[in-house]
Ligand binder design. Structure first.
Ligand SMILES: NC(=O)c1ccc[n+]([C@@H]2O[C@H](COP(=O)([O-])OP(=O)(O)OC[C@H]3O[C@@H](n4cnc5c(N)ncnc54)[C@H](O)[C@@H]3O)[C@@H](O)[C@H]2O)c1
Length: 257
C-alpha cells in the first residue's frame, strides 16, 4: 500500500509539466494532498484533474512563483483548503539559452526572478505555515548545472548555483524548527524543457545520441526517476537528511575522460 506521504499536504510548483507533474502525481499516489501550482492554467489544472480522476486529492492554483502576492495567496489557499503544509517542492523554472556576453539583462533578470527568487519567495512564505504544522520538508529542484558549467546556459547555471547555496542556508536556519531543506541536482531529464533544447539543434537525433553516450547509464532520466528522489527527500525515509544536494545524473558528472 503506497502511503509514504499519508496525511501530508504538499505544494509542487511547476506542476503542469515534466518533473513537477510526475512529482505531484507520485506524491498523490503516496497519499499526499496536492496543491499543484503553475503559471500555466491549462496544464496545471490538467495535472490536478488527473490526480482527482485517479482517486487522489489535489487542487490547482495559478501562481507565478516570482510574484510575492501570488505566492502568499498560494500558501493561504493551502492552509484554508487543507489546514496544514508539510512539503514544498520548489520545481518551477525557465531555461533561456545564451553564452554570457549574449545574455540580455532582461533574460538574466527573468531567469533569476523565476529560478532563484521564486525559490526564495515560496520558501519564505511556506516556512511560517510549516512551523505552524509542526515542521516539514522543502525540496528544491536545482541542477548539476549549479556546480558544473554549461557555456550556453550562463544565467541558468548562476541561478541554479544560487539554489544550492540557498538550500544550505535555509536548512541551517530552520533545522531547529523541524524543517529539512534539500535539493536535487538532476542531469538531463526527458521533459519538454530538454526536448526544446534538442529540437533547437539542426540535428536533434544526433545530438540526443551524443548526449546519451556521455552517461554511464547511456540514457537520460525519466521525470518519474527524479520524482522518486523528491519522494525520498519529502518523506520520513530521509528524516536525518538536510542541507544536502542529491545528484541524480546517471553518473554524468563523475566522468572526467
Ligand atoms: N529537464 C531537465 O533536464 C532538468 C535538468 C536539471 C534540472 N531541471 C530542473 O527541474 C525543474 C523542472 O524542469 P522540467 O524539465 O520539468 O521543466 P518543464 O519546462 O517541463 O516544466 C516547468 C514547469 O514550470 C512552470 N513554470 C515556469 N515558470 C513558472 C513560474 N514563474 N511560476 C509558476 N510556474 C512556472 C511551467 O509552466 C512548467 O509547467 C526545473 O527547476 C529545472 O530547472 C530540469
Amino acid at each position: 500500500m503506497p502511503d509514504r506521504l499519508k496525511d501530508k499536504v504538499a505544494i509542487v510548483t511547476g506542476a503542469g509539466s515534466g518533473i513537477g507533474k510526475a512529482t505531484a502525481e507520485l506524491f498523490a499516489r503516496e497519499g499526499a494532498s496536492i496543491v499543484a501550482a503553475d503559471w500555466n492554467g491549462q496544464t496545471g489544472s490538467q495535472t490536478a484533474q488527473g490526480i482527482h480522476a485517479a482517486g487522489g486529492r489535489a487542487l490547482f492554483t495559478a501562481t507565478d512563483v516570482s510574484n510575492a502576492a501570488a505566492v502568499r495567496a498560494m500558501i493561504e489557499l493551502t492552509m484554508r483548503e487543507f489546514g496544514r503544509l508539510d512539503v514544498l517542492v520548489n520545481n518551477a523554472a525557465v531555461q533561456i539559452l545564451g553564452k554570457l556576453a549574449d545574455t540580455s539583462e532582461h533574460d538574466w533578470d527573468r531567469i533569476h526572478s523565476v529560478n532563484l527568487k521564486g525559490v526564495f519567495l515560496c520558501t519564505k512564505y511556506a516556512i511560517p505555515a510549516m512551523i505552524a504544522s509542526g515542521g516539514g520538508s522543502i525540496v528544491n529542484m536545482a541542477s548539476i548545472l549549479g556546480f558544473v558549467g554549461d557555456p550556453d546556459l550562463a544565467a541558468y547555471c548562476a541561478a541554479k548555483g544560487g539554489v544550492i547555496a540557498l538550500t544550505k542556508a535555509t536548512a541551517l536556519g530552520y533545522g531547529p524548527a523541524g524543517i529539512r531543506v534539500n535539493c536535487i541536482c538532476p542531469g538531463d531529464v526527458d521533459t519538454p524543457m530538454v526536448r526544446e533544447y534538442f529540437d533547437k539543434d539542426p540535428h536533434p537525433d544526433r545530438l540526443r545520441q551524443e548526449i546519451y553516450g556521455k552517461y554511464a547509464l547511456r540514457r537520460i532520466a525519466t521525470p518519474r526517476e527524479i520524482a522518486e528522489a523528491a519522494l525520498y527527500l519529502a518523506s520520513d525515509a530521509s528524516a536525518f537528511v538536510t542541507a544536502t544536494s542529491l545528484v541524480v545524473d546517471g553518473g554524468l558528472t563523475s566522468k572526467c575522460y
